[in-house]
Design a protein around this ligand. Structure first.
Ligand code: SAH
Length: 248
């Protein structure tokens, strides 16, 4: 099957919208966004990307964002199934990549269970794109042979993660959804044995007009002298010191 073939009646495409700037969409994503009947999109999908929708396409906001009340995951799956059963050609548009902290797996399983035809179009995930915008390589031969992607929710009080094992196994850590819990994340990493001077970057709104990068140490993040706004990617490890801020 050609990934960018036109959608057929009653088909759903789970499409990654990338980090924000529409020029970072895949060719397949751009084509399907411009040729479908309805787009069900998350709050993190940028205006820039939604502007590629065809005139007359229906746009439905389905996402949820940090604490704000919105559609439940169940409702989203039901909406997708209903639209497909009505014979619509549906694009389910998610920020970054649909399968990276995006619940794409749940939606895929719901579609499969309902017997709906679907396809998956990967996207550039924020955990890779945001460091790139800041000039930070997520792997660098002199620093790391592995990296971990995590959600910042892991740092909440009921964290069951083994933080010591984490920092021993992975020289570089990339946190999604970590803005609110930044001090807790930093404190846990210090407790787990990372040095106070370990460098950390906070990349906010990567590829968008309000993009900004803050460089700090774990100590500063733990004591609250730096803060992060959502959406931000946090990257921790010596790759941060390899940074060249190429956008300036
Ligand atoms: N599926 C998405 C991630 C969804 S979780 C992906 O693959 O990128 C939402 C989190 O993604 C946010 O809390 C933030 O950590 C990150 N994020 C998404 N877009 C971002 C952007 N433009 N800049 C920085 N972080 C972003």
């Amino acid at each position: 099957m050609k990934l960018d073939a036109p959608l057929i009646t009653g088909e759903v495409a789970l499409v990654g919208a990338g980090p924000g700037d529409a020029c970072l969409l895949t060719l397949a994503a751009a084509k399907l966004i411009g040729d479908c009947d309805v787009i069900v999109y998350d709050a993190l999908v940028s205006e820039d990307v939604l502007n590629l929708a065809a005139v007359g396409a229906e746009l439905i906001l389905a996402g949820k964002r940090g604490g704000r009340p919105s559609a439940s995951q169940l409702d989203i799956c039901e909406t997708l199934i209903e639209l497909a059963n009505e014979g619509k050609r549906v694009v389910r548009l998610k920020g970054g990549d649909p399968f990276v902290f995006g619940r794409g797996g749940e939606e895929m399983r719901a579609l499969a269970t309902a017997g709906i035809r679907f396809r998956i179009i990967p996207g550039i995930t924020a955990g890779v794109a945001a460091p790139a915008m800041a000039g930070i390589p997520v792997t660098d031969r002199s620093v790391n042979g592995s990296l971990a992607f995590l959600t910042g929710h892991e740092a909440s009080e009921k964290s069951r993660m083994d933080w010591k094992a984490l920092v021993e196994a992975f020289p570089v850590l990339v946190f999604y959804m970590g803005a609110k819990n930044l001090p807790q994340i930093a404190a846990r990493l210090l407790d787990a044995g990372l040095a106070q001077q370990t460098p950390l970057a906070i990349i906010h709104a990567a590829t968008l007009a309000e993009e900004s990068t803050t460089i700090a140490t774990l100590e500063q993040a733990a004591n609250g002298s730096v803060s992060a706004r959502s959406p931000s990617i946090l990257i921790i490890g010596d790759v941060v010191s390899k940074r060249i801020s190429w956008k300036d």
